[in-house]
Design a protein around this ligand. Structure first.
Ligand code: BGC
Length: 373
């Protein structure tokens, strides 16, 4: 049970024009830290509530770096929680399909849980039938991260830090990871990932938020989706890439112009769970997707430095979990847009490399920007 919070920051910064027009423009940004409970091993976990000047709220726990809530205004200014998750730690400890967490060391699948690097074969957990998924048995989604509140000209945030030791989950090298969530006054949730290592290792970090822009009032099938991708990664029946990047224009995979998620669902057996190859421009950060939900008027735009996005429509949700606000998590109650490298890159020589080497710096940035129309 969450106790009474401690306000860590109440940032009274004033606008540049304030002296000129003499308006009272006191910042409403804040960060509140609360106890979120204790793990089975007896470690205390916290919940941080970040609020921006528009009243948008993001709640993040340092257990798995999980975003537990994302309160966003609709076209009439009403706030709803647009992300799936729970309001208590125990529900996360009991097991869940990666709701709102940081995924690492490697997001998505590695075939048969193995890869070869510099002549050495590394064996990983096969935690998804015969394949390795989302970093293994105890991935970054189940680690306790060091947390430090942040405030800067962009907004309020939470900086999370974790050191993954050599051979943790079978991966080589000591990996030092920092993930910073910022909530800006542009109503953006901005996630910045940085990492360094002392031995080469495949690294593919992502964030596994599930969205429902109706706030869970309806399924996601009427959300209008646009994905900035002309190709997708073809996979076999175990969801491992065949190596082919296929043109999708005109097919049921095509979201280059807005289409409802449900419009061609009958043609996609099991629902969408595909890696879209982002049409990259010369800029560092590109539009990945734009989603519009007509009843609430909410719009979410995703921008990222990453070469692809996993569009997943919650196909494996089966109604066995009940989340916040008593919403039963059935199929198509939430969708994910996980920005990342292609699945199984360590075994696919034609895919962009995911190997982080000593002396290099891993970095990725993804922005989820909310507005209404
Ligand atoms: C994957 C799905 C997987 C899900 C687990 C997604 O990133 O694409 O195949 O079932 O994560 O929650």
């Amino acid at each position: 049970m969450v106790g009474l919070g401690v306000v860590l920051n109440f940032i009274g910064c004033k606008s540049q024009n304030e002296t000129k027009n003499k308006t009272q423009n006191v910042s409403k940004m804040e960060i509140i830290k609360e106890n979120f409970g204790t793990t089975t091993e007896g470690v205390t976990v916290d919940l941080y509530t970040l609020k921006n000047n528009n009243g948008m709220i993001v709640k993040i726990t340092n257990y798995g770096g999980i975003v537990t809530s994302l309160l966003v205004p609709d076209k009439n200014g009403n706030m709803d929680d647009v992300t799936l998750g729970f309001d208590n730690l125990q529900a996360y400890l009991d097991g869940h399909p990666y709701f709102g967490c940081i995924v690492g060391r490697y997001g998505n699948r590695i075939a048969k849980g193995k890869f070869e690097l510099d002549g050495v074969e590394y064996k990983l957990a096969t935690n998804n039938d015969e394949n390795h998924l989302h970093g293994g048995e105890i991935g970054f989604d189940k680690k306790i991260w060091d947390a430090e509140p942040v405030e800067n000209e962009e907004g309020v945030g939470l900086k999370l830090h974790y050191v993954s030791e050599d051979m943790e989950e079978g991966y080589p090298g000591n990996l030092d990871v920092t993930v910073t969530y910022m909530l800006t006054d542009e109503n953006e949730l901005k996630i910045n990932y940085e990492a360094t290592i002392n031995k080469p290792c495949p690294i593919n970090l992502t964030w596994h938020g599930y969205f429902n822009l109706t706030g869970g009032k309806e399924k996601i099938l009427n959300h209008e989706m646009e994905i900035n991708a002309d190709k997708y990664v073809v996979v076999d029946e175990t969801l491992i890439p065949t190596g082919e990047l296929r043109d999708l224009i005109g097919s049921e995979m095509d979201f280059t112009s807005p289409k409802t998620i449900g419009s061609r669902f009958d043609k996609v057996p099991g629902g969408y769970d595909h890696t879209y190859v982002i049409n990259k421009s010369s800029s560092e950060i590109d539009l990945v997707a734009r989603v519009y939900e007509p009843t609430s008027g909410r719009v979410m735009e995703v921008y990222s430095t990453e070469p692809s996005v996993q569009f997943y429509t919650g196909n494996f949700l089966d109604g066995s979990l009940t989340g916040k606000n008593e919403i039963v998590y059935e199929k198509q109650v939430g969708f994910c847009l996980e920005t990342q490298h292609f699945p199984d890159s360590p075994n696919q020589p034609s895919f962009p490399s995911t190997i982080l080497k000593p002396g290099e710096k891993y970095s990725q940035t993804t922005i989820y920007k909310f507005s209404t129309k």
